[in-house]
Design a binder for this molecule. Structure first.
Ligand code: ARG
Length: 393
């Protein structure tokens, strides 16, 4: 009889580690692991070793950091995507990309079933499933966490310990963590109780404010058509800029949020996010936009960003609407060229200077000094007409 095979989206974390032996106990002869390297805490070597030790027949690791940066984070930064004001969507950006390569991997391996270790309550199951379905509706998707008897993270740890699987967590440090180059998400454990302040061990990329330096750093970010291209005068790739700013802004405690968010399935959940580079870049980018874009485009962009962020959050990346919004946003970026200098200090991002060849700021209009060219007398007639539609008496 032909061997029953599955390609599992594998992260090296608790859920996917338990999934390998569980799938083998439930009818799969071979579990092939696919891991996308998006900048998690596990190195590719680590993943190889852990996957094989756990029972996978092979572990395929692909470095997708450049692709994540180029095809997802750049369009997202141009649009200033933020979910519910606090989440920069790091995990959400990664999922459609993982799903795309998971489907490719299944095709290459000649396998008709893919699996993942996402929980039945979470967003990631929706993001992965919906993308797999859009790319190849014939593939079967197996999500053991929707059916297995391991109902809690504690019982998964017991299962892993019984089988001597390589796990890093303990019942004391039980957080579920997802990290990529855009940021980190930490949930579960003590965080589930909203009355608890965030514990010290939930700080990963950001320093606690108490531990940040007492002197500020200054950073000049240069943009070309909405894309960051240089830091402090040095030309760098977008990925290098992200890496450098994660360290620098993280050191100053910038980019951390403690949030209760609305998941796709309707649950509210508490999550801690850190995205030091992301917040620094978005703030700089928005500041530059405020100078080069007219007010109607700026206002409409905010409406688009709201919808675009929700689409990304819901895993609806490879869709006509998302692509259409990206095309609109691209058009708005034609003149988003220039630089913004910021002071990083004690968790704050403070803009200290801006330069651009496309400024719509007119000193001769704005000034209250002697160079004023504004025709003051025009204001009265303008306001007469402006008020007219609202006068009921
Ligand atoms: N709630 C976030 C999202 O849906 C992050 C989930 C990340 N996973 C985790 N294990 N913390 O995008």
């Amino acid at each position: 009889m032909e061997k029953k095979k599955i390609v599992l989206a594998y992260s090296g974390g608790l859920d996917t580690t338990c999934a390998i032996p569980w799938l083998k106990e439930h009818g799969y002869d071979e579990v092939i692991c696919f891991s996308a390297n998006l900048g998690s805490e596990f190195s590719p070597e680590d993943l190889q070793e852990r996957g094989i030790k756990t029972g996978a027949s092979k572990v395929i690791v692909k470095d997708l950091r450049e692709e994540l940066a180029r095809d997802f984070l750049i369009p997202g930064l141009k649009a200033n995507l933020i979910y519910e004001n606090k989440y920069l969507l790091a995990t959400a950006y990664g999922r459609p990309l993982i799903a795309k390569y998971l489907v490719d991997c299944a095709h290459e391996e000649g396998v008709n079933t893919v699996g993942h270790g996402c929980s039945a309550k979470g967003n990631d199951q929706v993001r992965l499933d919906v993308t797999v379905k859009m790319l190849d509706p014939k593939l079967k998707i197996v999500a053991p966490l929707r059916y297995w008897e391991l109902k809690s993270r504690e019982s998964e740890i017991e299962y892993a310990e019984k089988k001597q699987l390589p796990i890093r967590l303990t019942k004391e440090k039980i957080y579920s963590i997802d990290k990529n180059i855009w940021g980190i998400a930490v949930e579960c454990g003590a965080l589930e109780n909203l009355a608890n302040a965030t514990p010290d061990d939930s700080y990963v990329m950001c320093n606690r404010i108490e531990n940040t330096p007492d002197t500020p750093d200054f950073v000049k970010i240069e943009f070309l058509k909405g894309v960051p291209v240089a830091l402090n005068g040095k030309t760098l790739s977008f990925l290098e800029i992200i890496e450098a700013l994660n360290l620098l802004a993280g050191k100053h405690g910038i980019g951390r949020t403690d949030m209760v968010e609305d998941r796709i399935v309707g649950i509210k959940s508490r999550e801690i996010y850190e995205a030091p580079a992301g917040w620094t870049l978005i703030q700089a980018h928005k500041d530059l936009e405020s100078i080069v874009l007219d007010r109607e485009t700026l206002a409409f962009k905010e409406i688009v960003a709201l919808k675009y962020s929700q689409m990304l959050y819901q895993g609806l990346w490879y869709t006509r609407l998302r692509e259409s919004m990206a095309a609109f946003v691209d058009k708005t970026q034609e003149k988003v060229t220039g630089s913004v200098t910021m002071k990083l200090f004690k968790g704050n991002l403070i803009v200290t200077s801006r330069e651009t060849p496309y400024s719509m700021y007119r000193m001769s209009m704005a000034t209250y000094g002697n160079e004023d060219e504004y025709v003051r007398e025009n204001a009265e007639a303008f306001i007469d007409l402006f008020a007219m539609p609202f006068l009921e008496k």
